[in-house]
Design a binder for this molecule. Structure first.
Ligand code: HEM
Length: 163
C-alpha cells in the first residue's frame, strides 16, 4: 500500500520531464508496425509479380521505417531522459514527415518519373536531419545504464520497507 503510494508519487516527475511535444514510445512502435506492413506487402507484391523495380523502396521502408523506428522506440523506452527530450521530438517529426514523400519520390523515380528527383533530394535531407537529431540525442541524453522501471519499482518498495 505504502509502496504503491511511493510509486505513484514518482510518476508525475517522469511525465513532467516528458514535456508536451515529446511523442510517446507507443507512437514510435505503431508507426514502425505500419512501415512493416508496407514493406511486407511490397515484398509479397514484388515476388508475386516478378517485377523487382521497387526493391530499393522495399528495402528502405523495411530498414528506415520498420527497423529504424522500432529501434528508436526501444532506445527511448530504455532511456526515458532521451525519449522525453526536445531532440526526440525533432527526430520524430523530421523523420516521420519526410520519410513518406522520400519513399514516394524514390518509387516514382524508379518507375520512370525523373521529375520526382527534387522531392527525393529535399526529403532525404530532412530525413538525414532527423537522424542527426537522434544521434545528438544519443550522445547527449543516453546515460551509461538504462533506467529499468521494474528495478526502480523494486528499489522504491525496499526503501518503503526500510522505514
Ligand atoms: C514477408 C516479408 C517480406 C517479403 C515477402 C520480402 C520480399 C523481398 C523480395 C522479393 C526481395 C527482392 C529479392 C531479389 O531481388 O531477388 C527483397 C529484398 C530485400 N528485402 Fe525483403 N521482404 C520481406 C521483408 C523485409 C523486411 C521486413 C526488410 C527490412 C527490415 C526487408 C529488407 C530487404 C532488403 C534489404 C532487400 C534487398 C534489396 C536490394 O537488393 O536492393 N525485407 N525482399
Amino acid at each position: 500500500m505504502q509502496a504503491t503510494t511511493q510509486m505513484s508519487a514518482q510518476r508525475p516527475v517522469r511525465r513532467a520531464a516528458a514535456g508536451a511535444s515529446s511523442p510517446s514510445t507507443a507512437a514510435w512502435f505503431r508507426l514502425a508496425a505500419a512501415y512493416l506492413v508496407v514493406a511486407v506487402a511490397l515484398g509479397i507484391a514484388m515476388g508475386a509479380s516478378g517485377n523487382f523495380a521497387l526493391r530499393p523502396v522495399h528495402a528502405h521502408v523495411g530498414l528506415l521505417g520498420w527497423t529504424g523506428l522500432a529501434l528508436a522506440g526501444l532506445i527511448y523506452r530504455a532511456f526515458p531522459e532521451a525519449g522525453a527530450s526536445r531532440l526526440a521530438a525533432v527526430h520524430f517529426w523530421l523523420f516521420n514527415l519526410a520519410l513518406p514523400p522520400m519513399m514516394g519520390a524514390l518509387a516514382a523515380l524508379l518507375l520512370g518519373h525523373p521529375q520526382a528527383l527534387p522531392v527525393l533530394v529535399g526529403s532525404q535531407f530532412v530525413v538525414a536531419a532527423g537522424v542527426l537529431a537522434f544521434v545528438a540525442n544519443v550522445f547527449l541524453n543516453v546515460g551509461s545504464a538504462p533506467r529499468d522501471s521494474a528495478h526502480a519499482a523494486g528499489a522504491a518498495a525496499i526503501e518503503v520497507e526500510a522505514r
